[in-house]
Write a protein that binds this ligand. Structure first.
Ligand code: PLP
Length: 400
């Protein structure tokens, strides 16, 4: 009989996936659910990507691919780092993975031993602590304060570092807050890292193109090239290129780490689907204008959503600087009762009641290590966003 391993038993299902699954269930029952739970662009993938995938098939590239990635894609990724980040990287510093998520998995499996600590500034994307725990890692949360714009303070990172620290995770633009790090933030963090040569940095830059108000993403590697042998950049096609289903992510880091990650991947999934790799080459080689057009749409939707949320009494909503999530605070509403009689004891109860009573799927902030908040993705149509905000307003009005 099946008996789950101890490690699996202690591993919760990510709240993002749990909420999306409940939303699908309600939809299947005929309920008019609007799901703002998943970070899934609502745009089609670029036409060039489809052509690139078809070209792979026609060229007969349907056999096992090289584990680190096809040379054409590694070259396109090196070109992306040159064009978008002003960074020169060699092909042996790169690998292609089954989404950015697998790059994180590979890195943690390649480097963590039981009890090793991973510093994760909170709020954080749910998967860092969960994947770290799969390999015996111990997540160490460093709370970012809303009044600091949800940016981690160098001093707090310094305090969290111990001899067991293996990684510091930086994810900017941030999921779920949209916060961006400025040069001064990165310089201060680099200073701390120079004092702690045993700490590696995982810099997840998957939302790099989705920045607002004329801001631009800056990588730690731009600011501190002297730390290159300790910085692993995670990125991928999912968010900027609306290619979530293609499952193409990539990592750029010091050669010994990348070699170790290739070893992990060789023993798990092997190389990535050749069609998806062909599509990714074509998308990366295209003019960046297509990505910029999607960015502009997200920026416009941000105004729509944050504007509507700020009209709702009881919610407070900071303006996200990037990514495609709003992260309103709920503290004024916690402990009260919904119109349907549910006690809103915390943000999980709030998100559940909102889904059951108003059919809007969101994710509670506590899943990201920072509540009581809600995360709403604005990677959805204007009509859905307007309707979702109206439903949320009615739901909040009904709270007693
Ligand atoms: N990193 C962050 C911050 C994310 O939000 C996500 C997806 O939600 C990923 C990485 C992984 O994306 P993928 O595995 O689709 O490349």
């Amino acid at each position: 009989m099946f008996r789950p391993s101890q490690r699996l038993t202690t591993l919760p299902t990510p709240a993002t996936i749990a909420m999306a699954a409940r939303a699908r269930e309600l939809k299947a029952q005929g309920k008019p659910v609007i799901s703002l739970a998943l970070g899934q662009p609502d745009f089609p993938s670029p036409a060039a990507a489809l052509e690139g995938a078809i070209a792979q098939v026609k060229a007969g590239h349907t056999g096992y691919p090289p584990i680190p990635g096809q040379k054409s894609l590694l070259e396109a990724i090196a070109g992306k780092f040159r064009r978008d980040n002003g960074l020169e990287v060699s092909l042996d510093q790169l690998m292609v993975c089954n989404g950015g998520k697998q790059a994180i998995f590979n890195a943690f499996m390649a480097s963590l031993d039981e009890g090793d600590e991973v510093i994760v500034p909170a709020p954080y994307w749910v998967s860092y602590p969960l994947i770290a725990r799969m390999f015996g890692g111990v997540p160490v949360e460093v709370a970012c304060r809303e009044e600091d714009g949800f940016r981690p303070q160098a001093e707090a990172i310094r305090t969290a570092i111990t001899p067991r620290t293996r990684w510091l995770v930086l994810n900017f633009p941030n999921n779920p807050t949209g916060a961006i790090l400025e040069r001064a933030d990165l310089e201060a963090i680099a200073e701390v890292l120079r004092e702690a040569p045993h700490v590696m940095v995982m810099s997840d830059e998957i939302y790099e193109h989705l920045t607002f108000d004329g801001r631009h993403h800056l990588s730690l590697l731009n600011v501190a090239p002297d730390l290159a042998d300790r910085i692993l950049i995670i990125n991928g096609m999912s968010k900027a290129y609306a290619m979530t289903g293609w499952r193409v992510g990539f990592a750029c880091g010091p050669v010994p780490l990348i070699r170790a990650m290739i070893k992990v991947q060789g023993n798990t999934t092997s190389g990535i689907c050749t069609l998806a790799q062909g599509g990714s080459v074509a998308a990366l080689q295209e003019d960046i204008a297509g990505v910029q057009a999607m960015r502009e749409t997200y920026e416009r939707r941000r105004e729509l959503v944050v504007g509507a949320l700020r009209q709702i009494e009881g919610l407070s909503c900071a303006l996200p600087q990037g990514a495609f999530y709003a992260y309103p605070g709920l503290s004024a509403l916690i402990g009260r009762k919904s119109a349907g009689g549910r006690v809103l004891s915390d943000d999980v109860a709030f998100a559940e009641a909102l889904l059951e009573e108003a059919h809007v799927a969101t994710v509670p902030g506590s899943a990201f290590g920072y509540g009581p908040h809600l995360r709403l993705s604005f990677a959805a149509s204007d009509a859905e966003l307007k309707e979702a905000c109206q439903r949320l307003a009615r739901f909040v009005q009904g709270i007693t």
